[in-house]
Design a protein around this ligand. Structure first.
Ligand code: HPA
Length: 281
């Protein structure tokens, strides 16, 4: 459960720091998942700040991982990128991104673009392809806002992945002659990969992609009023759908192989948001 009494002053401190260092908030935040780190190089005038300077952000437990925000512009769009997210499989806690997302919202960010690496349940989305998430299945039925007060906790999830942002991403894909299918993302807590039986069940439920992140963040973001979009980079066919055994190394290898193309598309999507009236002003 989120301990709001402890978290609140950390959010206030973090927002004050962001305002002092960067001024007004960018309209757009991007969470960079596995394979997406290359997008950082697209940020012009990039300013970096470690999560350790932002008390509401998840504090890295493993040395060597880059855990920082990057603030700058892509084209005419100001953006803040988050390198590093807290995963539920690290600790069992699914509230790890609450402070970071509430800080972004209070700073003035309007839209949260999530990215992740996923397994594919559909042969039309092979490894290397991107899937625009249209909806999700919270398979573990865990909630990061369990215990939150007030009626705001009963968050409408019927249009969690913003229709206008999705239409924008589809338009950008079309303009680049790129295939971008929409799909339903199914959250599996991990860290073990799924069994083939689980994947068959998720497919029967209507899932198109599976992964170990994103869903808690989408719930937290909708709860605090951020608009959400999500792009999944397919790194592998899901368990039982290919002859290959699933390993973290294999997913990282595919993520790295496709990462540059994925990042370039993400950059075009972000740049184009500067012309979306509902996000500006
Ligand atoms: N399952 C869960 N998470 C993943 C997968 C997968 O097949 N691929 C990349 N992240």
């Amino acid at each position: 459960m989120i301990d709001n009494k402890t978290l609140e002053p950390k959010i206030s401190d973090s927002v004050a720091k962001l305002n002092a260092l960067f001024g007004a908030a960018p309209e757009v935040a991007v969470v960079l998942g596995s394979g997406w780190a290359g997008a950082v190089s697209l940020v012009e005038g990039a300013q970096h700040l470690a999560y350790t300077e932002l008390p509401a952000f998840p504090q890295p437990k493993v040395e060597g991982h880059v855990n920082e925000i990057v603030v700058g512009t892509i084209g005419a769009q100001r953006v803040v990128m988050l390198r590093g997210r807290a995963h539920t499989y690290e600790s069992g806690d699914c509230t790890g991104m609450a402070g970071a997302l509430r800080t972004l919202k209070r700073w003035g960010v309007k839209a949260l673009l999530q990215t992740n690496a996923s397994g594919s349940l559909r042969t039309q989305n092979p490894p290397g392809s991107l899937v625009l998430i249209s909806d999700h299945i919270n398979a573990p039925q865990r909630s990061p806002i369990m215990g939150e007060p007030g009626s705001e906790r009963f968050v409408d999830m019927s249009a969690a992945y913003d229709a206008e942002l999705r239409a924008h991403a589809l338009k950008v894909a079309q303009s680049r002659n790129m295939v971008l299918n929409e799909g339903v993302y199914c959250w599996a807590v991990g860290p073990q990969f799924e069994t083939p039986a689980e994947i068959r069940m998720f497919a029967a439920w209507g899932a198109d992609a599976v992964g170990m992140s994103t869903v808690p963040e989408t719930i937290l973001a909708r709860h605090c009023g951020l608009r959400v979009m999500c792009l999944a980079l397919i790194t592998n066919m899901a368990a039982g759908m290919s002859d290959e055994a699933l390993t973290h190394a294999l997913t990282l290898q595919q993520a790295n192989a496709s990462g540059e193309r994925a990042a370039a598309f993400l950059g075009a999507v972000v740049a184009g948001l500067s012309e979306l009236p509902s996000l500006q002003g």
